[in-house]
Design a protein around this ligand. Structure first.
Ligand code: GTP
Ligand code: SAM
Ligand code: SF4
Ligand code: SF4
Length: 367
Protein backbone atom coordinates (compact mmCIF):
# COMPACT_ATOMS: atom_id res chain seq x y z
CA UNK A 1 0.00 0.00 0.00
CA UNK A 2 1.33 3.44 -0.92
CA UNK A 3 1.07 6.26 1.56
CA UNK A 4 0.59 9.94 1.07
CA UNK A 5 1.26 12.29 3.95
CA UNK A 6 1.84 9.20 6.07
CA UNK A 7 -1.71 7.91 5.63
CA UNK A 8 -2.92 4.80 3.80
CA UNK A 9 -4.04 5.55 0.25
CA UNK A 10 -7.47 4.07 -0.49
CA UNK A 11 -7.48 1.94 -3.62
CA UNK A 12 -10.09 -0.27 -5.22
CA UNK A 13 -12.58 -1.06 -2.45
CA UNK A 14 -13.55 2.53 -2.05
CA UNK A 15 -15.95 2.28 0.81
CA UNK A 16 -13.90 0.02 3.06
CA UNK A 17 -10.66 0.78 4.87
CA UNK A 18 -8.02 -1.56 6.26
CA UNK A 19 -9.17 -3.20 9.49
CA UNK A 20 -8.38 -1.00 12.45
CA UNK A 21 -7.63 2.10 10.36
CA UNK A 22 -8.77 5.25 12.13
CA UNK A 23 -8.71 8.34 9.96
CA UNK A 24 -7.09 11.27 11.75
CA UNK A 25 -9.24 14.13 12.90
CA UNK A 26 -8.34 17.80 13.10
CA UNK A 27 -6.90 20.12 10.50
CA UNK A 28 -5.37 19.11 7.16
CA UNK A 29 -1.58 19.19 7.44
CA UNK A 30 -0.67 20.94 4.16
CA UNK A 31 -1.89 23.73 1.91
CA UNK A 32 -3.42 21.28 -0.56
CA UNK A 33 -7.00 20.00 -0.69
CA UNK A 34 -6.27 16.72 1.04
CA UNK A 35 -8.59 14.39 2.88
CA UNK A 36 -8.09 11.99 5.78
CA UNK A 37 -7.49 9.10 3.38
CA UNK A 38 -4.54 10.71 1.63
CA UNK A 39 -6.30 11.77 -1.54
CA UNK A 40 -5.47 15.15 -3.00
CA UNK A 41 -8.06 17.07 -5.02
CA UNK A 42 -6.52 18.73 -8.07
CA UNK A 43 -9.59 18.54 -10.32
CA UNK A 44 -12.18 21.27 -9.66
CA UNK A 45 -15.70 20.99 -11.10
CA UNK A 46 -17.61 24.24 -11.08
CA UNK A 47 -21.35 24.29 -11.64
CA UNK A 48 -22.40 27.50 -13.39
CA UNK A 49 -26.17 27.12 -13.12
CA UNK A 50 -28.81 24.66 -11.93
CA UNK A 51 -31.03 25.44 -14.93
CA UNK A 52 -31.29 23.23 -17.99
CA UNK A 53 -33.08 23.12 -21.33
CA UNK A 54 -33.38 19.31 -21.33
CA UNK A 55 -35.15 17.05 -18.86
CA UNK A 56 -33.10 13.85 -19.01
CA UNK A 57 -35.11 11.26 -17.14
CA UNK A 58 -32.07 10.06 -15.13
CA UNK A 59 -31.39 13.61 -13.93
CA UNK A 60 -34.37 16.00 -13.81
CA UNK A 61 -38.12 15.58 -13.40
CA UNK A 62 -40.42 16.38 -16.35
CA UNK A 63 -41.67 19.57 -14.71
CA UNK A 64 -38.15 20.83 -13.92
CA UNK A 65 -36.90 21.87 -10.49
CA UNK A 66 -37.06 25.15 -8.57
CA UNK A 67 -34.03 27.18 -9.60
CA UNK A 68 -31.78 29.60 -7.77
CA UNK A 69 -32.40 33.32 -8.35
CA UNK A 70 -29.80 34.95 -10.61
CA UNK A 71 -28.23 36.94 -7.77
CA UNK A 72 -27.54 33.74 -5.83
CA UNK A 73 -25.20 32.47 -8.58
CA UNK A 74 -21.49 33.20 -8.66
CA UNK A 75 -20.59 36.07 -10.97
CA UNK A 76 -17.66 36.04 -13.40
CA UNK A 77 -15.37 37.79 -10.94
CA UNK A 78 -16.43 35.55 -8.04
CA UNK A 79 -15.75 32.45 -10.14
CA UNK A 80 -12.36 33.85 -11.12
CA UNK A 81 -11.50 34.60 -7.49
CA UNK A 82 -12.42 31.10 -6.24
CA UNK A 83 -10.84 29.27 -9.17
CA UNK A 84 -7.75 31.49 -8.84
CA UNK A 85 -7.51 30.70 -5.15
CA UNK A 86 -7.87 26.99 -5.85
CA UNK A 87 -5.08 27.18 -8.42
CA UNK A 88 -2.64 29.47 -6.67
CA UNK A 89 -2.98 28.19 -3.10
CA UNK A 90 -4.65 24.80 -3.05
CA UNK A 91 -3.12 22.76 -5.87
CA UNK A 92 -6.00 22.76 -8.37
CA UNK A 93 -4.72 21.96 -11.87
CA UNK A 94 -7.87 21.30 -13.89
CA UNK A 95 -11.16 23.15 -13.97
CA UNK A 96 -14.33 21.82 -15.56
CA UNK A 97 -17.46 23.92 -15.98
CA UNK A 98 -20.70 22.02 -15.74
CA UNK A 99 -24.24 22.42 -14.45
CA UNK A 100 -27.25 22.24 -15.09
CA UNK A 101 -26.47 23.40 -18.57
CA UNK A 102 -23.46 25.74 -18.60
CA UNK A 103 -24.31 27.08 -22.08
CA UNK A 104 -27.35 28.74 -20.51
CA UNK A 105 -24.97 31.21 -18.89
CA UNK A 106 -24.89 34.22 -21.23
CA UNK A 107 -21.46 35.08 -19.76
CA UNK A 108 -19.90 31.64 -20.30
CA UNK A 109 -17.30 32.99 -22.73
CA UNK A 110 -16.31 35.65 -20.17
CA UNK A 111 -16.04 33.02 -17.44
CA UNK A 112 -13.71 30.90 -19.57
CA UNK A 113 -11.64 33.94 -20.56
CA UNK A 114 -11.36 35.09 -16.94
CA UNK A 115 -10.03 31.70 -15.83
CA UNK A 116 -7.75 31.33 -18.86
CA UNK A 117 -6.17 34.63 -17.89
CA UNK A 118 -5.17 33.45 -14.40
CA UNK A 119 -1.51 33.14 -13.52
CA UNK A 120 -0.65 29.40 -13.58
CA UNK A 121 -3.60 28.88 -15.87
CA UNK A 122 -5.39 25.56 -15.22
CA UNK A 123 -6.62 23.25 -17.95
CA UNK A 124 -10.17 24.40 -18.74
CA UNK A 125 -12.89 22.05 -19.93
CA UNK A 126 -16.66 21.98 -20.25
CA UNK A 127 -19.35 19.34 -19.91
CA UNK A 128 -22.45 20.27 -21.89
CA UNK A 129 -25.48 18.99 -23.75
CA UNK A 130 -24.29 21.09 -26.74
CA UNK A 131 -27.60 22.86 -27.33
CA UNK A 132 -26.59 26.34 -28.48
CA UNK A 133 -22.97 25.33 -28.90
CA UNK A 134 -23.13 25.79 -32.67
CA UNK A 135 -23.09 29.58 -32.33
CA UNK A 136 -20.57 29.74 -29.45
CA UNK A 137 -17.96 27.04 -30.02
CA UNK A 138 -15.59 29.37 -31.86
CA UNK A 139 -15.80 32.09 -29.19
CA UNK A 140 -15.24 29.53 -26.42
CA UNK A 141 -12.15 28.19 -28.19
CA UNK A 142 -10.78 31.72 -28.62
CA UNK A 143 -11.51 32.48 -24.96
CA UNK A 144 -9.29 29.56 -23.92
CA UNK A 145 -11.49 26.48 -23.59
CA UNK A 146 -9.16 23.50 -23.97
CA UNK A 147 -11.61 20.65 -24.48
CA UNK A 148 -15.18 19.57 -23.97
CA UNK A 149 -17.32 16.56 -23.21
CA UNK A 150 -20.79 16.34 -24.67
CA UNK A 151 -23.67 14.27 -23.39
CA UNK A 152 -25.56 12.34 -26.03
CA UNK A 153 -27.42 9.13 -25.20
CA UNK A 154 -28.89 8.26 -28.58
CA UNK A 155 -28.53 9.21 -32.22
CA UNK A 156 -32.14 8.21 -32.90
CA UNK A 157 -34.65 11.04 -32.80
CA UNK A 158 -37.32 9.03 -30.98
CA UNK A 159 -35.03 7.68 -28.26
CA UNK A 160 -33.34 11.05 -27.79
CA UNK A 161 -36.72 12.73 -27.31
CA UNK A 162 -37.85 10.03 -24.90
CA UNK A 163 -34.69 10.26 -22.82
CA UNK A 164 -34.39 14.04 -22.71
CA UNK A 165 -38.11 14.84 -23.06
CA UNK A 166 -37.15 17.35 -25.78
CA UNK A 167 -36.89 16.97 -29.60
CA UNK A 168 -33.48 18.66 -29.91
CA UNK A 169 -31.20 15.95 -31.34
CA UNK A 170 -30.36 17.97 -34.46
CA UNK A 171 -29.23 20.93 -32.37
CA UNK A 172 -26.91 18.68 -30.38
CA UNK A 173 -25.40 17.22 -33.53
CA UNK A 174 -24.87 20.73 -34.95
CA UNK A 175 -23.15 21.72 -31.70
CA UNK A 176 -20.82 18.73 -31.90
CA UNK A 177 -19.87 19.58 -35.49
CA UNK A 178 -19.22 23.21 -34.58
CA UNK A 179 -17.00 22.21 -31.67
CA UNK A 180 -14.90 20.03 -33.94
CA UNK A 181 -14.56 22.80 -36.51
CA UNK A 182 -13.52 25.19 -33.74
CA UNK A 183 -10.62 22.86 -32.92
CA UNK A 184 -12.11 21.66 -29.63
CA UNK A 185 -11.67 18.00 -30.50
CA UNK A 186 -11.13 15.22 -29.79
CA UNK A 187 -14.55 15.38 -28.20
CA UNK A 188 -15.65 12.93 -25.56
CA UNK A 189 -19.29 11.86 -25.79
CA UNK A 190 -21.03 10.74 -22.58
CA UNK A 191 -23.88 8.24 -22.91
CA UNK A 192 -26.04 6.77 -20.16
CA UNK A 193 -27.78 3.55 -21.15
CA UNK A 194 -31.27 3.04 -19.77
CA UNK A 195 -32.98 -0.30 -19.83
CA UNK A 196 -35.76 -0.55 -22.38
CA UNK A 197 -34.95 2.86 -23.84
CA UNK A 198 -31.48 2.84 -25.43
CA UNK A 199 -29.70 -0.18 -23.96
CA UNK A 200 -29.91 -1.85 -27.38
CA UNK A 201 -28.03 1.08 -28.98
CA UNK A 202 -24.55 0.64 -27.50
CA UNK A 203 -22.99 -0.66 -30.70
CA UNK A 204 -24.57 1.94 -32.96
CA UNK A 205 -23.37 4.72 -30.66
CA UNK A 206 -19.85 3.31 -30.76
CA UNK A 207 -19.94 2.99 -34.56
CA UNK A 208 -21.17 6.55 -34.89
CA UNK A 209 -18.51 7.91 -32.52
CA UNK A 210 -15.67 6.06 -34.20
CA UNK A 211 -16.84 7.20 -37.61
CA UNK A 212 -16.80 10.84 -36.44
CA UNK A 213 -13.54 10.65 -34.48
CA UNK A 214 -15.12 11.11 -31.04
CA UNK A 215 -14.37 9.08 -27.93
CA UNK A 216 -17.54 7.52 -26.55
CA UNK A 217 -17.88 6.75 -22.84
CA UNK A 218 -20.72 4.74 -21.36
CA UNK A 219 -21.71 5.87 -17.88
CA UNK A 220 -23.47 3.77 -15.29
CA UNK A 221 -26.59 5.50 -14.08
CA UNK A 222 -26.18 6.70 -10.50
CA UNK A 223 -28.90 7.30 -7.88
CA UNK A 224 -28.82 11.07 -8.31
CA UNK A 225 -32.04 11.67 -10.23
CA UNK A 226 -34.71 13.96 -8.86
CA UNK A 227 -37.43 11.37 -9.52
CA UNK A 228 -35.60 8.73 -7.43
CA UNK A 229 -36.25 6.25 -10.22
CA UNK A 230 -32.83 4.57 -10.03
CA UNK A 231 -33.09 0.93 -9.13
CA UNK A 232 -30.25 -1.35 -8.08
CA UNK A 233 -31.90 -4.21 -9.94
CA UNK A 234 -32.38 -2.56 -13.28
CA UNK A 235 -29.65 -0.05 -14.08
CA UNK A 236 -27.35 -1.07 -16.95
CA UNK A 237 -24.00 -2.11 -15.49
CA UNK A 238 -20.55 -1.73 -17.02
CA UNK A 239 -20.35 -5.51 -17.26
CA UNK A 240 -23.56 -5.67 -19.26
CA UNK A 241 -22.37 -2.89 -21.55
CA UNK A 242 -19.12 -4.76 -22.22
CA UNK A 243 -21.11 -7.93 -22.96
CA UNK A 244 -23.24 -6.09 -25.50
CA UNK A 245 -20.19 -4.55 -27.17
CA UNK A 246 -18.41 -7.91 -27.20
CA UNK A 247 -21.08 -9.29 -29.51
CA UNK A 248 -19.59 -7.08 -32.23
CA UNK A 249 -16.15 -6.00 -31.00
CA UNK A 250 -13.18 -7.69 -29.40
CA UNK A 251 -12.43 -5.65 -26.27
CA UNK A 252 -9.00 -5.47 -24.69
CA UNK A 253 -8.07 -3.19 -21.77
CA UNK A 254 -6.11 -0.14 -22.84
CA UNK A 255 -2.72 -0.11 -21.15
CA UNK A 256 -2.35 3.65 -20.80
CA UNK A 257 -2.19 4.68 -17.12
CA UNK A 258 -5.65 5.66 -15.88
CA UNK A 259 -4.25 8.45 -13.74
CA UNK A 260 -7.38 9.06 -11.66
CA UNK A 261 -9.74 9.20 -14.66
CA UNK A 262 -13.24 7.78 -14.06
CA UNK A 263 -13.30 6.15 -17.48
CA UNK A 264 -11.65 2.77 -17.99
CA UNK A 265 -10.55 2.61 -21.61
CA UNK A 266 -11.00 -0.43 -23.83
CA UNK A 267 -9.47 -1.00 -27.24
CA UNK A 268 -11.98 -2.14 -29.86
CA UNK A 269 -11.51 -4.35 -32.86
CA UNK A 270 -14.52 -5.29 -34.93
CA UNK A 271 -15.05 -9.04 -35.09
CA UNK A 272 -15.56 -10.70 -38.44
CA UNK A 273 -13.84 -11.90 -41.51
CA UNK A 274 -13.41 -8.78 -43.55
CA UNK A 275 -17.16 -8.25 -43.90
CA UNK A 276 -18.39 -4.81 -42.82
CA UNK A 277 -16.42 -1.73 -41.86
CA UNK A 278 -13.12 -2.39 -40.09
CA UNK A 279 -13.51 0.29 -37.40
CA UNK A 280 -11.15 0.30 -34.47
CA UNK A 281 -10.54 2.74 -31.67
CA UNK A 282 -11.28 3.03 -27.98
CA UNK A 283 -14.36 3.24 -25.83
CA UNK A 284 -14.52 4.38 -22.20
CA UNK A 285 -16.65 2.87 -19.48
CA UNK A 286 -17.40 4.87 -16.34
CA UNK A 287 -18.51 2.28 -13.80
CA UNK A 288 -19.30 4.67 -10.96
CA UNK A 289 -21.49 2.16 -9.13
CA UNK A 290 -20.17 -1.35 -9.76
CA UNK A 291 -16.42 -0.65 -10.13
CA UNK A 292 -16.15 2.63 -8.27
CA UNK A 293 -12.99 4.70 -8.54
CA UNK A 294 -13.48 6.69 -5.34
CA UNK A 295 -10.15 5.44 -3.98
CA UNK A 296 -8.38 7.53 -6.62
CA UNK A 297 -10.76 10.48 -6.47
CA UNK A 298 -9.11 13.83 -7.21
CA UNK A 299 -12.29 15.93 -7.23
CA UNK A 300 -13.60 18.94 -5.44
CA UNK A 301 -16.75 20.76 -6.49
CA UNK A 302 -18.29 24.21 -6.33
CA UNK A 303 -22.04 24.51 -6.70
CA UNK A 304 -23.44 27.36 -8.78
CA UNK A 305 -24.13 29.25 -5.52
CA UNK A 306 -20.54 28.87 -4.40
CA UNK A 307 -20.76 25.96 -1.96
CA UNK A 308 -17.96 23.41 -1.73
CA UNK A 309 -18.95 19.76 -1.97
CA UNK A 310 -16.29 17.16 -1.29
CA UNK A 311 -18.18 14.42 -3.19
CA UNK A 312 -21.10 14.01 -5.58
CA UNK A 313 -22.89 12.07 -2.86
CA UNK A 314 -22.18 14.15 0.22
CA UNK A 315 -25.07 15.44 2.31
CA UNK A 316 -23.19 18.53 3.46
CA UNK A 317 -21.64 21.61 1.89
CA UNK A 318 -19.58 24.57 3.03
CA UNK A 319 -20.63 27.97 1.73
CA UNK A 320 -17.74 29.99 0.31
CA UNK A 321 -19.70 32.63 -1.56
CA UNK A 322 -21.35 34.06 1.57
CA UNK A 323 -18.01 34.70 3.31
CA UNK A 324 -16.50 35.96 0.04
CA UNK A 325 -19.33 38.48 -0.39
CA UNK A 326 -18.96 39.47 3.26
CA UNK A 327 -15.31 40.40 2.63
CA UNK A 328 -13.45 37.28 3.81
CA UNK A 329 -9.77 37.19 2.82
CA UNK A 330 -8.18 34.41 0.75
CA UNK A 331 -6.71 32.73 3.82
CA UNK A 332 -10.14 32.36 5.45
CA UNK A 333 -11.77 31.02 2.29
CA UNK A 334 -8.91 28.58 1.67
CA UNK A 335 -9.24 27.21 5.22
CA UNK A 336 -13.01 26.72 4.82
CA UNK A 337 -12.43 24.88 1.53
CA UNK A 338 -9.73 22.68 3.05
CA UNK A 339 -11.86 21.82 6.06
CA UNK A 340 -14.71 20.65 3.81
CA UNK A 341 -12.35 18.42 1.80
CA UNK A 342 -10.72 17.05 4.95
CA UNK A 343 -13.99 15.41 6.03
CA UNK A 344 -14.58 13.69 2.67
CA UNK A 345 -15.77 10.09 3.06
CA UNK A 346 -13.76 7.17 1.66
CA UNK A 347 -16.37 6.50 -1.02
CA UNK A 348 -19.91 7.09 -2.15
CA UNK A 349 -21.64 4.34 -0.20
CA UNK A 350 -24.16 3.52 -2.97
CA UNK A 351 -23.53 -0.18 -2.47
CA UNK A 352 -24.11 -0.07 1.28
CA UNK A 353 -27.52 -1.07 2.70
CA UNK A 354 -27.74 2.21 4.64
CA UNK A 355 -27.15 4.38 1.52
CA UNK A 356 -29.31 7.51 1.39
CA UNK A 357 -29.51 9.51 -1.83
CA UNK A 358 -28.47 13.17 -1.47
CA UNK A 359 -31.29 15.71 -1.41
CA UNK A 360 -29.83 17.59 -4.34
CA UNK A 361 -30.05 15.84 -7.70
CA UNK A 362 -27.37 15.84 -10.40
CA UNK A 363 -28.37 19.06 -12.19
CA UNK A 364 -28.44 20.97 -8.90
CA UNK A 365 -25.13 19.58 -7.66
CA UNK A 366 -23.27 20.01 -10.93
CA UNK A 367 -22.55 16.67 -12.62
N1 GTP B 1 -18.66 8.70 -9.39
C1 GTP B 1 -18.51 9.88 -9.96
N2 GTP B 1 -18.95 10.07 -11.21
C2 GTP B 1 -18.79 11.28 -11.73
C3 GTP B 1 -18.18 12.33 -11.05
N3 GTP B 1 -18.18 13.42 -11.83
C4 GTP B 1 -18.77 13.06 -12.96
N4 GTP B 1 -19.13 11.77 -12.91
C5 GTP B 1 -19.77 10.98 -13.95
O1 GTP B 1 -18.81 10.88 -14.96
C6 GTP B 1 -19.38 11.30 -16.17
C7 GTP B 1 -18.35 11.95 -17.05
O2 GTP B 1 -17.98 13.19 -16.50
P1 GTP B 1 -17.38 14.34 -17.36
O3 GTP B 1 -18.01 15.61 -16.91
O4 GTP B 1 -17.48 14.04 -18.79
O5 GTP B 1 -15.90 14.39 -16.89
P2 GTP B 1 -14.72 13.32 -16.81
O6 GTP B 1 -15.08 12.07 -17.47
O7 GTP B 1 -14.31 13.26 -15.40
O8 GTP B 1 -13.63 14.12 -17.59
P3 GTP B 1 -12.36 13.73 -18.44
O9 GTP B 1 -11.24 14.42 -17.74
O10 GTP B 1 -12.63 14.32 -19.77
O11 GTP B 1 -12.24 12.24 -18.48
C8 GTP B 1 -20.52 12.21 -15.76
O12 GTP B 1 -21.51 12.12 -16.72
C9 GTP B 1 -20.99 11.66 -14.46
O13 GTP B 1 -21.98 10.68 -14.68
C10 GTP B 1 -17.69 12.08 -9.74
O14 GTP B 1 -17.14 12.93 -9.07
N5 GTP B 1 -17.91 10.84 -9.25
C1 SAM C 1 -25.51 16.83 -14.87
S1 SAM C 1 -24.90 16.97 -16.50
C2 SAM C 1 -24.39 18.68 -16.54
C3 SAM C 1 -23.80 19.12 -17.84
C4 SAM C 1 -24.68 19.09 -19.07
N1 SAM C 1 -26.02 19.51 -18.83
C5 SAM C 1 -24.64 17.72 -19.70
O1 SAM C 1 -25.66 17.02 -19.67
O2 SAM C 1 -23.57 17.36 -20.18
C6 SAM C 1 -23.28 16.18 -16.46
C7 SAM C 1 -23.26 14.72 -16.73
O3 SAM C 1 -23.96 14.06 -15.72
C8 SAM C 1 -24.54 12.91 -16.28
N2 SAM C 1 -25.62 12.46 -15.41
C9 SAM C 1 -26.73 13.13 -15.04
N3 SAM C 1 -27.47 12.38 -14.22
C10 SAM C 1 -26.82 11.21 -14.05
C11 SAM C 1 -27.08 10.03 -13.32
N4 SAM C 1 -28.17 9.89 -12.58
N5 SAM C 1 -26.18 9.03 -13.38
C12 SAM C 1 -25.06 9.16 -14.13
N6 SAM C 1 -24.76 10.26 -14.84
C13 SAM C 1 -25.62 11.26 -14.81
C14 SAM C 1 -25.01 13.37 -17.65
O4 SAM C 1 -25.16 12.28 -18.51
C15 SAM C 1 -23.88 14.29 -18.05
O5 SAM C 1 -22.93 13.59 -18.82
S1 SF4 D 1 -27.99 15.52 -17.70
FE1 SF4 D 1 -27.38 17.60 -18.26
S2 SF4 D 1 -28.70 17.97 -20.05
FE2 SF4 D 1 -29.65 16.29 -19.01
S3 SF4 D 1 -31.16 17.21 -17.62
FE3 SF4 D 1 -29.26 16.90 -16.46
S4 SF4 D 1 -28.22 18.84 -16.57
FE4 SF4 D 1 -29.74 18.79 -18.23
S1 SF4 E 1 -18.48 9.45 -5.79
FE1 SF4 E 1 -17.39 10.96 -4.53
S2 SF4 E 1 -15.49 9.96 -3.89
FE2 SF4 E 1 -16.37 8.74 -5.54
S3 SF4 E 1 -15.34 9.50 -7.38
FE3 SF4 E 1 -17.25 10.66 -7.18
S4 SF4 E 1 -16.75 12.48 -6.01
FE4 SF4 E 1 -15.06 11.05 -5.79
Amino acid sequence: MTTVLGMPRVRGAATSMPAGYEPPSGRPPTDALVDRFGRRATDLRVSLTDRCNLRCTYCMPAEGLPTQPADALMTVSEIRRLVGLGVSRLGVRQVRFTGGEPLLRADLVDIVAACADLPDRPEISLTTNAIGLASRAEALAVAGLDRLNISLDSIRHDSFARLTRRPFLDRVLQGIDAARHAGLGPIKINAVLLRGVNDDQAVELVDWALEHGHQLRFIEQMPLDADHSWSRDSFVTAEETRRRLAEVYELTPDRAPRDGAPAELWRLRRRGTGVGPAFSGTVGIIASVTESFCGDCRRTRLTAEGGVRNCLFTHEETDLLGPLRAGADDETIARLWQAEMWRKAAGHGVNRPDFVQPTRSMSAIGG
